[in-house]
Design a protein around this ligand. Structure first.
Ligand SMILES: C[S@@+](CC[C@H](N)C(=O)[O-])C[C@H]1O[C@@H](n2cnc3c(N)ncnc32)[C@H](O)[C@@H]1O
Length: 284
């Protein structure tokens, strides 16, 4: 299992992952990948999570976003889904992430596709954010906790910056509990880079002071999205092989197939959580 890093200090593995995401955000702006994303997730921001448009809209409703409310998206990448939600609801949005490259693309998109609300960007580690306490009315993240080791650090920071009465909504990919060591190892191999967590997410949320408002099992939808991705990838095999190279294209297909099998087998899952601060309902 990966060890949690201190807030602000990043391991070699984390730095390499950030570089990987930076490259991925640039590559995701090519027409064939934007077209693939439209066919799979119903959006074209160059996203790297598995959040579909319907799931983004569900998150927006659950966080009760509207004009004048302030949303923080942690691990915002190139703006999916927060920029989309800004357009849909009129809320203000702050996008925070480690690689600059994704945020740069989000800034271009915001300039091209203006929204009513205010958009700000911050190159920031989610476990050590440069925002004052109680600043935001909502916090979201899409498949971010499974891409970093400091899960507790990020949940603590999200708690610090969220206003009482606000909600945090996020999706996360996780390993099913109670697996044999062989299945556990297969689940780890088929998931995102930091899919292992020290405990299950309900416990992680409770022990970082969050009250769980809702938990929605997205595993079946995740498997369907994965199968759609494979079909759409195969339909663009020629263009994708030129873009990625034959070897990387075949490895990508195998990785996605292995992941779908793991989800269908129930050893990997994906959930949406909605959480609030204790006492938050009354604004105390
Ligand atoms: C699966 S991507 C999701 C990105 C985007 N929200 C989307 O849906 O396309 C996970 C994101 O988490 C970010 N991330 C990883 N470690 C982070 C950290 N310590 N603080 C903030 N973001 C981090 C990565 O840079 C990456 O952009």
């Amino acid at each position: 299992m990966s060890t949690a890093s201190q807030p602000g200090s990043r391991s070699q593995e984390e730095r390499e992952l950030s570089e990987h995401f930076a490259d991925e955000y640039k590559q995701a702006q090519t027409p064939v990948i934007l077209d693939l994303e439209r066919a799979v997730c119903g959006c074209d921001y160059g996203g790297t999570s598995w959040t579909t448009r319907a799931e983004a809209e569900q998150m927006g409703r659950l966080m009760e976003l509207s004009g004048g409310r302030r949303l923080l998206e942690v691990g915002a990448g190139s703006g999916w889904p927060a920029l989309y939600l800004a357009g849909q609801t009129g809320c203000d949005v702050t996008l925070a992430d480690v690689p600059y490259e994704g945020l740069r693309i989000a800034a271009d998109r915001a300039a091209r596709d203006p929204v009513d609300g205010h958009i700000s960007l911050a190159v920031a580690d989610g476990a050590l954010m440069p925002f004052k306490a109680d600043l935001f009315d909502a916090v979201s993240h899409s498949d971010v906790l499974c891409c970093l080791p400091a899960k507790r650090g990020v949940l603590n920071e999200c708690k610090r910056v969220l206003h009482h009465g606000g909600k945090m909504a996020f999706t996360v990919i996780a390993i099913a509990p109670g697996l044999s060591s062989a299945d556990h190892a297969r689940a780890v191999d088929s998931g995102p880079p930091f899919v292992e967590a020290e405990c299950e997410y309900p416990e992680l949320l409770e022990t970082t002071g969050w009250k769980i408002v809702d938990r929605i099992d997205l595993s079946a939808a995740y498997a369907e999205t994965g199968k759609r991705y494979i079909r759409e990838l195969e339909a663009r095999a020629d263009e994708m092989s030129v873009l990625l190279g034959e070897k990387e294209f075949s490895e990508l297909l195998v990785k996605r197939q292995t992941n779908v099998e793991a989800v269908e087998e129930g050893i990997v899952r994906r959930d949406m959580f909605v959480a609030s601060l204790w006492g938050g309902e009354s604004g105390l």
